[in-house]
Write a protein that binds this ligand. Structure first.
Ligand code: HEC
Length: 163
């Protein structure tokens, strides 16, 4: 009896703060990178040999590589950072996914890779707003492999979860 009361009391004190930090903290490796990988790296992975034409190199589009932290933080165009920690509205990577699907500047191009869902864009914005913390993630250990895609878009409210 006494034990139970003590336990309940300490849980009541401890849990709210634990829960709050667990909810707020977005884990880049498991919550964000999976939809970068599925939606972007087909065109934004490191230079590699063409599987169809040996000897021919395929370069990352625009020279932008999204498979490691250093390149993601470095990427910018016309003075706009792709990821501006703390400022989702100034982050080009989020901006291009939100442009109308049929506009030239929208990425990923329609039909080439799965679009980010609304939930994924929101999560990405929250992650940037919270300071764009990559945690322990430094790079994709398998940066050339593009997840298979059946051509179907995900439901708007879903986020891609890592295996
Ligand atoms: C099918 C290929 C393809 C996919 C998939 C793709 N991109 Fe790109 N991306 C490009 C090309 C091509 C360019 C333009 C390069 C240039 O103009 O020099 C580009 C350029 C960009 C730029 C620079 C701004 C601009 O308009 O040039 C950003 C930001 C960008 N992509 C973000 C993304 C994001 C975020 C994703 C995934 C959600 C993604 N891209 C997926 C092909 C792709």
């Amino acid at each position: 009896m006494r034990k139970t009361t003590l336990l309940a009391a300490s849980c009541g004190l401890l849990l709210p703060s634990l829960n709050a930090s667990a909810d707020d903290k977005i884990d880049f490796a498991t919550q964000i990178y999976p939809f970068i990988k599925s939606g972007c790296i087909q065109c934004h992975r490191p230079e590699h040999e063409s599987p169809d034409r040996p000897g021919r190199k395929i370069k990352p589009k625009g020279g932008f590589v999204f498979t490691n932290k250093a390149d993601l933080l470095e990427a910018e165009e016309d003075g706009k950072k792709f990821i501006e920690p703390g400022k989702p509205d100034d982050s080009l990577m989020l901006y291009v996914t939100k442009l109308p699907l049929d506009s030239d500047g929208h990425y990923p191009p329609e039909g080439k890779a799965p679009q980010w869902t609304e939930a994924e864009k929101d999560l990405f914005a929250k992650w940037i707003a919270a300071g764009a913390d990559f945690g322990d993630w430094v790079e994709d250990p398998d940066p050339l492999t593009v997840p298979e895609w059946d051509g179907k878009e995900k439901a708007p409210g879903t986020t891609e979860t890592a295996k």
